[in-house]
Design a binder for this molecule. Structure first.
Ligand SMILES: Cc1cc2nc3c(=O)[nH]c(=O)nc-3n(C[C@H](O)[C@H](O)[C@H](O)COP(=O)(O)OP(=O)(O)OC[C@H]3O[C@@H](n4cnc5c(N)ncnc54)[C@H](O)[C@@H]3O)c2cc1C
Length: 496
């Protein structure tokens, strides 16, 4: 006997099978993280009635787990950039973000993001998000003080700096410690709660979309208290359900390279259900093979003076890049082992402050001793070091273009850390693929036709950030909050 098909994200419910609506609203939002919150606020402020469905018992998602560095600039600079003496031109930001996204770049989306970036900063401030007018000069993955502005990507590194004038665009919230994400979500949640035309349904999971035979989306099915409810969304459904870092089947199917990482970072809801719902009604899921993956090798910033070599003792990257770019390059190496080589002074307080957790693989009073401990071919590391050290003396890295400020000859005694993915070092990752959307959030088919009534934002959509090798911290929360706002406005415009 045939069992009725279980309601799940892979199979939409045909409108013809909906006998009655259990709930009706103008805009239905799936997920109450950064994207969902901003979508709700904008849709509500445009006059729409909004319901957010959140599977967890509280708002937050990965946004609340994050550092909430937010990538903003251009247009002469945000208030903070200007106060700190940085004049950031939109074209420099566009060029940088286009290089960052590489061949997968969506220029329309990047331009829209950059052109409206300072306005987005002002909007966040109007919501009550605090940013101090201060600059954090130290090279860091995250700012642990309440300072605001810092370099969070590859802006100062080759090849980016040679084409786009470097400018810091990472904006850290005014809060001590790594507490930006919780504060951002607290403020956005308060803004949601104080709007009478937004209802939040916690512990209610969105199961699937409701669509007609033409492909138009009319609503969704949710599960509340064990019962399935048909929800009509007159303006549309906005999918803000995060990515798929927690879904092993989807990772293996779409992004097997990421499985080289050992720690998916995100929240338990990152199962890709929003992406699957979109696919079920004919949406294109793009860039699904890409993700953020990293070898977080600094702090201490002094690690940047070291060099990264493969099992032939050869360098393959300028080591002053962002940790995600270094991670992406590391994964591509055809090499049994990867080592970070440092002097004892550069190793410094690595054991106290590092997130990397890579073990010492060898030490050497001489280069030959280190080669022998690491099992490298005799003379291979010595050759690399002789070229590198002579370039350090010249103040110009002719091989890999590491900036002069990070060039310091490597003289024994030397230390080598084993940073081979899969051998103990912390290799965090999350996904960057998602539903193809227009800059305003409309979800597209593979032929780039709009699916009426369906929008996506944040990690569920494929946004401005497309690959680890061009990732900058802040591009995800920046994209989630900005694209959420765009989609909220657009869905509301359909009914108001
Ligand atoms: C530790 C960490 C640090 C980070 N630091 C930064 C940083 O500093 N800067 C930066 O730009 N990025 C950072 N990121 C990445 C960034 O936080 C996320 O990519 C971004 O916040 C995602 O926002 P979102 O709104 O798309 O999804 P989320 O904030 O994850 O929200 C999705 C919500 O949808 C809910 N949901 C999922 N499925 C369903 C369903 N079927 N029904 C109902 N609800 C559902 C989830 O429970 C969740 O609440 C970091 C990530 C992590 C994990």
């Amino acid at each position: 006997m045939n069992q009725p098909a279980k309601t799940g994200p892979n199979r939409y419910r045909p409108l013809s099978q909906v006998a009655n609506w259990n709930l009706e609203t103008d805009v239905a939002i799936v997920g109450f993280g950064g994207a969902g919150a901003c979508a709700a606020i904008e849709a509500a402020d445009a006059g729409a009635e909004v319901v957010i469905f959140e599977a967890a018992s509280a708002s937050g998602g990965s946004t609340a787990l994050s550092s909430a560095e937010i990538y903003m600039g251009g247009n002469g600079g945000t208030r903070v950039q200007q106060a700190c003496g940085f004049n950031d031109q939109t074209e420099d930001m566009v060029t940088y973000m286009m290089m960052a996204a590489g061949p997968q770049a969506d220029e329309a989306k990047i331009r829209n993001y950059c052109e409206q970036s300072t306005a987005h900063f002002n909007w966040l401030v109007s919501m009550g998000v605090p940013f101090r007018d201060s600059y954090h000069a130290e090279r860091a993955i995250m700012c642990l003080t309440d300072d605001c502005l810092l370099y969070t990507g590859n802006e100062k590194a080759w090849p980016f700096a040679s084409q786009a004038k470097p400018c810091p665009r990472g904006h850290n919230l005014q809060v001590e410690g790594d507490n930006g994400g919780p504060l951002l979500m607290k403020i956005l949640t308060e803004n949601v709660e104080c709007r009478d035309n937004i209802t939040v349904e916690y512990e209610v999971r969105a199961l699937t979309l409701i669509a007609d035979e033409t492909g138009t989306v009319h609503g969704l099915v949710v599960r509340r208290d064990g019962k399935e409810l048909n929800v009509r969304a007159r303006g549309g459904v906005i999918l803000c359900a995060g990515g798929f870092a927690m879904n092993e089947d989807m990772l293996r199917k779409y992004a097997p390279m990421l499985c080289a990482g050992n720690t998916p970072i995100g929240n338990p809801g990152d199962t890709g259900s929003g992406i699957e719902m979109g696919i079920s009604v004919g949406a294109a899921a793009i860039n699904m093979h890409e993700g953020f993956i990293s070898l977080p090798y600094y702090p201490p910033a002094s690690m940047t003076f070291g060099i990264l070599v493969n099992d032939k003792g050869q360098r393959f990257i300028n080591e002053d890049v962002y940790h995600g770019r270094l991670g992406a390059f590391a994964l591509r190496q055809q090499s049994e082992r990867l080592y970070f080589i440092l002097t004892v002074e550069q190793y410094g307080d690595y054991e106290q402050v590092s997130y990397l957790g890579a073990e010492v693989a060898g030490t050497g009073e001489t280069i030959a001793e280190l080669e022998s401990e690491l099992g490298l071919r005799t003379g291979s590391l010595a050759h690399t070091l002789s070229i590198y050290n002579s370039d350090c003396e010249r103040g110009e890295d002719r091989e890999h273009h590491k900036a002069a400020e990070w060039l310091q000859a490597l003289e024994p005694p030397l230390v080598a850390l084993d940073v081979t993915p899969g051998r103990g070092a912390f290799v965090p990752f999350f996904t960057l693929g998602g539903l193809d959307t227009l800059p305003a959030g409309e979800v597209l088919t593979p032929r780039r036709e709009i699916i009426p009534g369906l929008y996506a934002a944040g990690r569920t959509a494929c946004g401005v950030v497309r690959r680890a090798e061009g990732y900058s911290s802040g591009m995800s929360v920046g994209d989630a909050t900005f694209s959420g706002r765009m989609a909220g406005k657009q869905a509301a415009a359909r009914i108001t």
